[in-house]
Design a protein around this ligand. Structure first.
Ligand code: CP
Ligand code: NVA
Length: 313
């Protein structure tokens, strides 16, 4: 992990398999209290152009627990919202902060920040990816299936719904950890073919990355059932049209019955009961959504400790 000091996390594919596993192991150690890391004096800037509960709060609490601090650089109260160029903002903030966590729309804007900043830049969600969430999801899967510090080879993750940022990061992290990943989406809502190819290349033939158009075929025998909203942030005006397109795609009790009997259900939240997931499933025995939300805190502590140089090995 020491080699990751100073690096950015723009995509799940910025880490390789061993680095992802090492980060998850560090998260486990921080969660259990086996390990403590001190980032006293370090400051993380948060630039969030979209709403957030989990990501925002877990980054703030993660820095507090590590002894560091966070500054909320909300675009509405900084010059970011008035159009100051990313190139200038990134260079200025690099003189004050030690890292930036950025939630925005275009992946290219995030890449622009990373290009101009001399400090680590972390993807706190873009339209293309949500790598911090996918790491927390992997930790939650490890906790359920007892794979500990080893990878998740042999397990199947089935994602049903929109082929969005979550689907992309899950395919990439799943591939890095040796999982078979099935993404099932209605016609017209498939994940980016570029990301599918990237995940297949990361899997290197060790596991499969499959895109399907049938929810039952996607869920069949899976160990992890995952879904996310039908209309992501920025797609609010498509809500009604998407509700029609996704009819029959609810992660409900019938779909859960197709999965492995030990299966867990994950959702990055916020959730819409009665749309992409039923109230019975999200509140039911298979659901791990609140452990999953908690794990955001632990993996982000591990990530911050690593990128900010708090880890010696
Ligand atoms: N899962 C997630 O990223 O939630 P927030 O949008 O609340 O940060
Ligand atoms: N796909 C969702 C995830 C929210 C955490 C969105 O981008 O809005």
């Amino acid at each position: 992990l020491a080699a990751l000091k100073g690096r950015d996390l723009l995509s799940s594919a910025d880490l390789d398999g061993p680095q992802t596993l090492a980060l998850l192991e560090l998260a486990r150690q921080l969660k259990s209290g086996e390990r403590r890391i001190d980032l006293a004096g370090k400051v993380l800037g948060l630039i969030f152009s979209k709403a957030s509960t989990r990501t925002r709060v877990s980054f703030i609490v993660a820095m507090a627990r590590l002894g560091g601090q966070t500054i909320d650089l909300n675009p509405a109260v900084t010059q970011v919202g008035r159009g100051e160029p990313i190139a200038d903002t990134a260079r200025v903030l690099s003189r004050y902060c030690d890292a930036l966590a950025i939630r925005t729309f275009a992946q290219e804007d995030l890449a622009d920040y990373a290009h101009w900043a001399s400090i680590p830049v972390i993807n706190a969600l873009t339209d293309l990816e949500h790598p911090c969430q996918a790491l927390a999801d992997a930790l939650t899967i490890q906790e359920r299936f007892g794979h500990g510090p080893t990878d998740l080879h042999g397990l199947t993750l089935a994602y049903v719904g929109d082929g969005n940022n979550m689907a992309h990061s899950l395919m990439l992290v799943g591939a890095l950890l040796g999982m078979d990943v099935r993404v099932g989406c209605p016609d017209g809502f498939a994940p980016s073919p570029t990301v599918v190819e990237q995940a297949r290349s990361l899997a290197g033939g060790r596991s499969s990355i499959t895109v399907l158009q049938d929810p039952v075929a996607t869920a069949l025998g899976a160990h992890v059932l995952y879904t996310d909203v039908w209309a992501s942030m920025g797609q609010e005006e498509e809500q009604a049209q998407r509700e029609q397109a996704f009819a029959g795609w609810c992660l409900d009790e019938d779909l859960l019955a197709e999965a492995d009997p030990r299966a867990i259900v994950l959702h990055c939240l916020p959730a819409h009961r009665g749309e992409e997931i039923s109230a019975g499933v999200i509140e039911g025995a298979a659901s791990r959504v609140f452990d999953q939300a908690e794990n955001r805190l632990h993996v982000q502590q591990a990530l911050l400790a690593t990128l900010l140089g708090g880890v010696a090995d």
